[in-house]
Design a protein around this ligand. Sequence first.
Ligand code: NAD
Length: 474
Amino acid sequence: MHLANFINGEFVSPRSGAYFDDINPATAEGIAAIPDSDERDVDDAVRAARAAFPSWSRTTAAERSNLLLKLADLIEQNLDDLARTESIDNGKTISLAKRLDIPRAVANFRFFATAILHQSSDAHFMDVAALNYTLRQPLGVVGLISPWNLPLYLLSWKIAPAIAAGNTCVAKPSELTPLTANRLAELSIEADIPPGVINIVHGYGNKAGRALTCHDDVAAISFTGGTVTGAAVAANAAPRFKKMSLELGGKNPNLIFADADLDDAIATSIRSSFWNQGEICLCGSRIFVERSIHDEFVSRFAAAAKSLRIGDPLDASTDVGALISEGHLQKVMGYTDLATKEGGTIVAGGHRLDRPGYFVEPTIITGLTCECRVLQEEIFGPVVTVTPFDSEDEALAFANSTRYGLSATIWTRDISRAHRVAANLDAGTIWINCWLLRDLRVPFGGMKESGVGREGGFESLNFFTEAKNVCVKI
Ligand code: NAD
């Protein structure tokens, strides 16, 4: 299958005529040819988006809402097919795609379709002299760049608020997982979204992605991906004064105090460590356990990790699928080697499966301290460390010892400690006695090198609008 770019409501070949392979991570076999788009394709897409902007931005919120709801319904009706496509393209288990990725893509479109009906803006009376009010207007053409780990979910998290707010967009999905973005383009035609409102350009980040961040007619860039790439995106977009939202990497701590409900903490830590093969930015890759329960935790956690079923992602009973690529697998295995060199002990996993595809066992490492590279650098795979701590202060110091600050989890039955620790953690999202519960109204984003700006709820709608102050003399 040859994929095409989606520009002005039509599927078109890349200007270069060049393609590269899309690989199924579970078999290492090619499944599609992806357009190797360049700045000419991006420019075509931006022109289409510019042409569509005047009429789309003048539609009523109710009209846009109805179209987004229609698209949400279509995604839901195609859930099985989309989940299968996502699984084949990404290596993730079909059960997770059915449970998480696709339902959340539906929820994103429904959320922003209805949020736009309730957006309000402020008015301020200045003594008795004047009235100020804030006009919120769409920006124009916006650029949306997304990663491969939750392909449709993260793309919809950007497209939905952007177009709900009246913008038109050019999206650049990850070159590793283009298939569900392609299906979304097809469904947007069925949903009667007008041509040019959603444009999708496939291709490499340093070519098509870079062209989008450098295009003068793109008013804003919403980017989700790695921290190093985020810096490159910012370096191109900032001198052009584009609005920017950067959602970046993480190295999230999972703090388990001795008074925690250990059954729940272990069961949830298995998910927060190994769901999606550890390829979720919010996975808790550094586990810190109070010393008095450390050994019990390690033995029960390791036994649970060893019992996970790893294999064919399309088998509904599989728990752990394939990593995204051979290159990523090599990076992850490099960290398991490094862990041993740094003095760590691998108490579960640590091996690649001897079969085609990119499978790595759920891996648990003990005996490393916070200065080790394995505890400092984002691995983004099924590899976690477990380290004991002796006090609340030490737990906090360990948790805050990286340059990242995306999310954190706290396990304790002491409600005062839970709030105290939460307030002192460097993290944009903190879960207490749970993980990955998401209310789409809350601000989402990272501290430190995990990102700039917040998405979610009205924050996303505000990001995709210009706030103008109108001052009227009374
Ligand atoms: P990546 O940074 O390699 O790529 C992300 C996207 O950026 C891709 O579409 C890629 O083609 C594009 N890109 C690459 N170079 C570019 C450039 N120079 N200019 C413009 N675009 C460019 O990230 P990835 O490997 O696809 O995803 C994994 C990373 O994403 C991890 O670090 C993970 O933590 C992070 N992530 C963060 C969040 C969050 O919400 N904070 C969510 C998911 C993933």
